[in-house]
Design a protein around this ligand. Structure first.
Ligand SMILES: C[S@@+](CC[C@H](N)C(=O)[O-])C[C@H]1O[C@@H](n2cnc3c(N)ncnc32)[C@H](O)[C@@H]1O
Length: 232
């Protein structure tokens, strides 16, 4: 009886995933190159998810719309960018998904910065399996951004920190001319108000196409008004 229930549950999950995949793949202009890469990525993610918490388990049935489409929407906002840095990549959102989409674009690279060694190991395996245009940096963001001197056009982050904190983390890249695309939830106005106490910013709020009420914050430029509190 318990075994039959387990089989039904796993069949239900497979059916949900397949329906969700179809919806997302059909929404793409041309999925011929990216679909096989994303399929390999999802297979690896589900395999590693059994031992490493890469995504919230409740989101697995809608993995394609909640995570993959959520990540892919950033490409429309920077269609010509080839140099990306994704901060706190976790299981690969949005950076690895973007790197799958850019795999055939000359000179494209997405730098994935993730300090958790197990997640970084997963990202390396996913890059190997998919052929994504990505490099994995298993370091803390704070240790990565200052010494990183390759060209950067776009900095991304999702589910990492408050806007004020994200600006602090990304600032060494923003001041070199990079723009930021931060995937945010519904309370982004509150975060903008809080950040504006410390920053003067040129920002744009773009509605998310996958997360009702969610917004993408495009930071065109930012300048800190008040120095961050010192540690000592
Ligand atoms: C909540 S997860 C989000 C992961 C992914 N961006 C997503 O949307 O699914 C935040 C990730 O950022 C990583 N992280 C947090 N602080 C970091 C830091 N200072 N340097 C590097 N990685 C960090 C954590 O290890 C974790 O994997």
């Amino acid at each position: 009886m318990a075994k039959a229930k387990h089989q039904k549950t796993s069949r239900d999950l497979e059916a949900s995933l397949a329906a969700d995949r179809t919806k997302v793949i059909e929404s793409l202009n041309d999925s011929r190159e990216i679909a096989p890469r994303l399929d390999r990525y999802v297979a690896a993610l589900l395999q590693w998810q059994a031992t490493t918490n890469l995504i919230a388990p409740s989101t697995i049935p809608e993995l394609w719309s909640r995570h993959i489409a959520d990540s892919l929407q950033l490409l429309r906002l920077a269609p010509d960018a080839t140099r990306w840095v994704d901060l706190g990549s976790g299981g690969g959102f949005p950076g690895l998904v973007i790197a799958c989409a850019l795999a055939d674009k000359p000179r494209a690279v997405v730098h994935l910065v993730e300090s958790n060694l197990k997640k970084a190991a997963f990202l390396r395996e996913a890059v190997r399996l998919t052929g994504a245009s990505a490099r994995v940096h298993a370091v803390r963001i704070e240790d990565f951004v200052d010494g990183f001197n390759e060209p950067v056009e776009i900095v991304t982050a999702r589910a990492l920190a408050s806007l004020d904190n994200l600006l602090d983390k990304a600032y060494p890249l923003l001041k070199r001319g990079a723009q930021a695309l931060f995937l945010k939830g519904q309370d982004v106005e509150g975060e903008l108000t809080a950040a504006s106490k410390y920053w003067t910013m040129d920002t744009e709020l773009i509605p998310s196409i996958t997360d009702a009420g969610g917004r993408i914050v495009r930071v065109v430029s930012a300048q800190r008004l008040v120095p961050p509190p010192s540690d000592g």
